[in-house]
Design a protein around this ligand. Structure first.
Ligand code: C5P
Length: 408
């Protein structure tokens, strides 16, 4: 990102303090950061800290005569390769969607001729409010790029969507943008008329009414893929095991518990053009789960007889009459990631495997970023570390390209 220029617009939100770390991280990567601090942003952090970290004056006022003389707002908005709004508040998104220019930040956003990326941050209700979601759709249709929001504890004490994406995920999105990994701005629905099926999350295999066997899986990557496919126009069904995530917008979500339920819903959802199996399905279930809670038996632990669960990916890939045109599996490994993935592709009969290293030190499991390898019949591609949302967007674009080679 050598000598790339980012105009950072810092909105007013509790997450504004993270913009300081963001400036630092971008500058470490040789990005020049010039910042505009909105009036509300200035309630949380000071122009002085922004200026010290960015090494440039922090711009705050629209009608400052010296600023206008030194650097008009038009020049400010155009002397950048990317305009990044972080945190993007509901108010800033609303202004952007409606072309309102009432201060330096919104004026620069309206005046710019450069790509714009937003990192939204707000309370869960504000994020899910139909007005914000409507504004988001308008911004996406205008070609505005987005990173996050993530899900988790919010400053207001609630839990859910609306958390500013992790700083390193924003950095990864900016890097992805400069590397050309993110699609060029502009509305595009290349998967319109296509049907997609995505599995996500873990499955829970009951031992008795209170205990179960499960794999670790947050469901984040699968949900992001369902969302990305829907954003490209696909009629998308998400079959999800138990997760704490909200249903993705514009996706038909079916919640299941066990592998057998997941398989049944997947089969009922066929035919589809593409199936992406992301779920961390439990390999085994207890042969006869009891209806009564198993009691401790004088210190002797019970013996559980395990039987193998159906392999959903292999079952879909092996369908005789209604096999999807493209079947994509995931491989989460802790060693020899690509090797195992290549073998898995053949064993399961799927077309592509997205392989990732889930060793604990990568922080990928349950985290917001991912680093994957795409294994196809043609070879292996190593993708750079990026947010799960960006990995999903890139995969969806690839799926659209692949399906574009076959008539709908
Ligand atoms: O065999 P392994 O679990 O490593 O394979 C991973 C891939 O297979 C993932 O795409 C996962 O969703 C899928 N899978 C499945 N049903 C299973 C086991 C794995 O769909 N029972």
């Amino acid at each position: 990102m050598h000598q790339k220029r980012v105009l950072l617009i810092i909105g007013g939100g509790i997450a504004a303090y993270k913009a300081l770390d963001l400036i630092r991280r971008l500058r470490e990567r040789d990005v020049r950061v010039r910042a505009i601090l909105t009036k509300a942003g200035g309630e949380f952090i000071t122009p002085l800290s922004v200026a010290s970290l960015s090494g440039e004056k922090a711009y705050t006022e629209l009608f400052s005569l010296t600023d206008e003389a030194e650097m008009g707002h038009i020049r400010l908005s155009r002397e950048a390769d990317l305009v990044l709004v972080a945190p993007a508040t509901a108010d800033l998104m609303a202004s952007m969607a409606h072309g309102i220019a009432r201060d330096l930040a919104t004026t620069a956003l309206l005046a710019t001729d450069k790509p714009v990326m937003i990192a939204p941050s707000m309370n869960l209700q504000m994020w899910s409010h139909p007005a914000t979601q409507r504004n988001l759709r308008t911004l996406e249709a205008d070609g505005v790029l987005r990173v996050g929001p993530g899900s988790g504890d919010l400053a207001c004490g609630e839990v859910g969507d609306g958390r500013l994406a992790e700083v390193m995920d924003i950095v990864a999105a900016v890097e992805g943008f400069f590397a050309g990994a993110v699609a060029a701005p502009g509305p595009s629905r290349p998967l319109a008329g296509r049907r997609a099926l995505v599995t996500a999350g873990p499955t829970h295999e009951p031992i008795d009414p209170v205990r179960y066997i499960a794999n670790r899986s947050s469901g984040k990557q699968g949900y992001a893929i369902a969302r990305a496919l829907a954003a490209l126009g696909a009629d998308t069904t998400l079959v999800s095991g138990p997760t704490t995530l909200p249903d993705p917008p514009d996706v038909f979500t079916v919640r299941v518990e066990s592998a057998r339920e997941m398989l049944a819903v997947c089969e009922a959802s066929l035919p589809v053009d593409v199936a992406v199996c992301v779920a961390a399905v439990a390999d085994w279930r207890v042969e006869d789960d009891t209806r009564q809670k198993i009691k401790k038996n004088g210190g002797r632990p019970p013996t559980l007889k395990l039987v193998e669960n159906p392999d959903i990916l292999a079952a879909i890939a092996g369908r005789a009459n209604d096999r999807p045109l493209l079947v994509v599996g995931f491989a989460a490994e802790t060693e020899q990631v690509v090797d195992y993935a290549q073998r898995k592709r053949e064993k399961k009969g799927c077309d592509w495997i997205v392989a990732n290293d889930v060793s604990p030190e990568t922080g990928i499991m349950g985290g917001d970023s991912n680093m994957v390898h795409l294994v196809t019949a043609d070879g292996v591609e190593d993708w750079p570390r990026a947010s799960k949302a960006d990995v999903a967007a890139r995969l969806a674009e690839r799926i659209a390209l692949r399906l574009g080679e076959t008539a709908a």
